[in-house]
Write a protein that binds this ligand. Sequence first.
Ligand code: NDP
Length: 328
Amino acid sequence: STTPVKVAVTGAAGQIGYSLLFRIASGALLGPDTPVELRLLEITPALKALEGVVMELDDCAFPTLAKVEIGDDPNTIFDGANVALLVGARPRTKGMERGDLLEANGAIFTGQGKALNDHAADDIRVTVTGNPANTNALIAKSNAPDIPAERFSALTRLDHNRALAQLAKKTGTSVNDLKKLTIWGNHSATQYPDIFHAEVAGKNAAEVVNDQTWLENDFIPTVQKRGAAIIEARGASSAASAAAATIDHTRDWLRGSADGDWLSMAVVSDGSYGVPEGLISSFPVITKDGNWEIVQGLEINDFSRGRIDASAAELAEERDAVQQLGLI
Ligand code: NDP
């Protein structure tokens, strides 16, 4: 079709935005034959920088980029949006308590949830990248009662991709040989990268690795703390990989996961695997045509059980905190 798909991006002048917008505009999200209209939200002081980014988008002369709108009002920017990538969030600054962080982001995500509810297109799909991503998605969802709950998701695909890279390295294979890896829980240090159902060239990954010490003391903490390691090495937080994962997540949601494989996505829990109903938690999911389904029937061993429960408990605490603040 020739009608452009409207993709809204918040925090568009930020680091992740600087990688993300050019990939969306070049067709990486929707394919080379689908024109895209970018609708970019920023806070007022960042609009000038955003104008500079739009100048660069113009200068790329991307054949798939039909139009760009920018602004600081979500009611205008989300108007008619088919896809919303919520990247902008209030980062934790020095001296800020967790409650302060949740409150600052609460103001952003309540407003954006309401604006999506009132102005987005009927087929809207929402991906939250800005941290704390799961709880920000919960806040947006709760403030958008007319949008089906399953249209809200939070990003754990970067964690998934990081885990794939580590597992490929350990097993001397390529990421193309790996399937069925799962990130469970919160996009935080409690997330649990699970290789017990994963496959390396068709064989069970935990059996191929056969190294519990590596799993516990190397693999899991490396994936959990990868963000900090990148800040340490690069002097700035990961941005290009976060943008790539945001594209992977949303593209696969819209276009479908590969046969015989699954993805990790934080979606609203239906109580599967003992994760309390209503939390936005990462699960193994299969996607098709903009819908997702939690993979059912996986056997969860004791090692995995404790870790899934711990991350779900953290999400429940965050939910209780934002409930007390009146945000949901
Ligand atoms: P980034 O673009 O680097 O990050 C944006 C958000 O993504 C942060 O919350 C960050 O979390 C999160 N994130 C998720 N995964 C990752 C990852 N792997 N690595 C790094 N970040 C990750 O931040 P900038 O400060 O450069 O840009 C944010 C922009 O958002 C600013 O331009 C700001 O003006 C804007 N903003 C816009 C709003 C709006 O549109 N209404 C509201 C608030 C901010 P973490 O903080 O944990 O690193």
